[in-house]
Design a protein around this ligand. Structure first.
Ligand SMILES: [Zn+2]
Length: 138
């Protein structure tokens, strides 16, 4: 079919959901929840795709207002390392080597994650347990 033109961005806008056309834009924005599948150097950056320069500006502004939480980034690095080979990473030293994080960073990430879990249970409840505080768990 000669009428088929290659689409520059065969995707939809991360801001409005419309199909990406000729005015499409790609950009990297800071995002502490973004963990790259393999490359730690790309952690903390999210690739966004938008339909227009206007929506690029709008989405960049949204990400600028989102707090960049170092502990969230570190927790993501730990999760990725544990997914790779959990049986090898049970000591603080091996986890530190696998993530490139200091012991203090790992501790802060774990505390941050525990706090998120605690808040989740506060918001969503746990009807099966009568305990007010499930404890640290490890
Ligand atoms: Zn758009």
């Amino acid at each position: 079919m000669a009428s088929d033109e290659p689409e520059p961005f065969p995707d939809i806008c991360d801001f409005c959901g419309r199909r990406i056309g000729a005015r499409g834009r790609l950009a990297l924005v800071p995002d502490s929840s973004a963990i790259h599948a393999r490359d730690p150097g790309k952690d903390g950056q999210r690739l966004i795709i938008v339909c227009s320069p206007e929506h690029l500006a709008s989405l960049e502004e949204e990400y600028r207002r989102r707090p960049f939480v170092a502990e969230e980034l570190w927790a993501g690095k730990i999760s990725r390392a544990l997914q790779g080979h959990p049986e090898d990473l049970l000591t603080p030293e091996t986890l530190s080597a696998a993530t490139g994080l200091s012991q203090e960073e790992i501790d802060r990430a774990v505390i941050w994650k525990m706090e998120r879990i605690r808040r989740w249970y506060e918001q969503h409840g746990d009807d099966s347990a009568g305990d007010a505080d499930p404890g640290p768990g490890f």
